[in-house]
Design a protein around this ligand. Structure first.
Ligand code: HEC
Length: 154
């Protein structure tokens, strides 16, 4: 009797283990879909987007987005961001940027290094943060917009 109980116990452990194991790929794809849906949630963009901005962009564009005159253009009230198509914003991050541009009436001709080492989700969070902060009202993107652009790049 005792042996049977032990055996049943062991068998159900194995069952549980194999079930949870085989369902993990499904869990992953569910996670991916829910990322796609929740990526534009303002709270997530504000928290994670801002943290990523501070880590990867602040050194040049500054904490408050005001940039450095003559060197790094501002991304505050940016005429550039507000008028850019989402593909253009994605390309700046994937390819970097160089050559003459004008932002808020000031000319710049410097070089921004590409940020293509960041994941699709990270890049979409940063773009959505920047597009809707610092007085901007620019385009919003999803992680799949980024992966589509990676494929058609440059
Ligand atoms: C090493 C400095 C540097 C870093 C880091 C950097 N940028 Fe830039 N960024 C620049 C420069 C310089 C330009 C202008 C390039 C030119 O003159 O053509 C620019 C231009 C831009 C523009 C378009 C012009 C404008 O001001 O609206 C955007 C948008 C932008 N950067 C966003 C970002 C974001 C978001 C990040 C972080 C992922 C980032 N940059 C990281 C230096 C940097």
């Amino acid at each position: 009797m005792r042996n049977t109980t032990l055996w049943l116990y062991g068998f159900s452990l194995i069952l549980i283990w194999s079930c949870s194991n085989s369902s993990s790929p499904e869990n992953n794809s569910e996670k991916k879909i829910s990322n796609e849906e929740t990526i534009n949630k303002p709270a997530k963009v504000k928290d994670e987007g801002q943290a990523l901005y501070l880590k990867y962009c602040m050194a040049c564009h500054q904490t408050d987005g005001s940039g450095v005159p003559g060197m790094y253009p501002p991304i505050t009230n940016s005429t550039f961001i507000n008028s850019a198509k989402k593909e253009e914003l994605i390309k700046i991050l994937l390819n970097g940027m160089k050559g003459p541009i004008e932002v808020n009436g000031q000319k710049y001709n410097q070089q921004m290094p590409k940020q293509d080492f960041l994941t699709d989700e990270q890049l979409s969070l940063i773009i959505n943060f920047v597009s809707k902060s610092f007085g901007n009202n620019g385009s919003v993107v999803s992680p799949s917009d980024i992966s589509a652009q990676r494929k058609t790049n440059p």
